[in-house]
Design a protein around this ligand. Sequence first.
Ligand code: GLN
Length: 235
Amino acid sequence: EPVHAAQKTYTIGTDVTFAPFEFADKNNKYVGIDIDLMNAVAKTEGFKVDIKPLGFNAAVQALEAGQIDGVIAGMSITPERQQKFFMSSPYYQSGVVMAVAKGSKIQSLSGLRGKKVAVKTGTASADYANSVKKKYGFSVVTFDDSNNVYDNVKTNNAQACFEDKPVMQYAIATSYKGSLELAKNFKMASANNYGIAVKSSEANTLGKKINAGIKKLKANGQYDEIVAKYLGNGS
Ligand code: GLN
């Protein structure tokens, strides 16, 4: 390839609000672990990215329809998704936790009988909720954005929510401090790893570059720097 060949631009979908992975800062600029990681991978591997905050489910749908090239959105690697997409190597450990309004009497699954549980459409948390709702006798209400999920618990429209552990912990430590808390008698469920999803037809191009980039950034310390920037050291 000629040295001055223009770099290819890939369109990557992301979530709207999923701090510390992606969120709009006070200047309305998208920041977060996923945004920095995607930009660093692109820089290292010599391609350009146009990152679009479409919302989680919308981004996954757009990828499935072939309208975008990839998704970085704290997206859990699952066998179903590996059938549909190329999923990169794992970059962050996660799992599902339960949160309630601070001081709630409900602190475990068994307290949910007859109650409403909020989750985000198309997520591992929604799958988890649907898998146990019969057994514990609760109904599931869905929203497209994590903040709507939390706000519904805060205002008692729903009595609990399920969400990814690092994201729920971050929300409870920041914007929802004093209003939400982790359910004390709930053990993390559906342990999983986040990966970057790529359109199957781009597996050998974009997919390979992404895995090579993740590997380099983990080896040279840049990955740890990105995580520390949002979560501090020792996270
Ligand atoms: N990790 C969860 C999933 O992949 C949620 C992702 C998200 O809400 N951005 O389903």
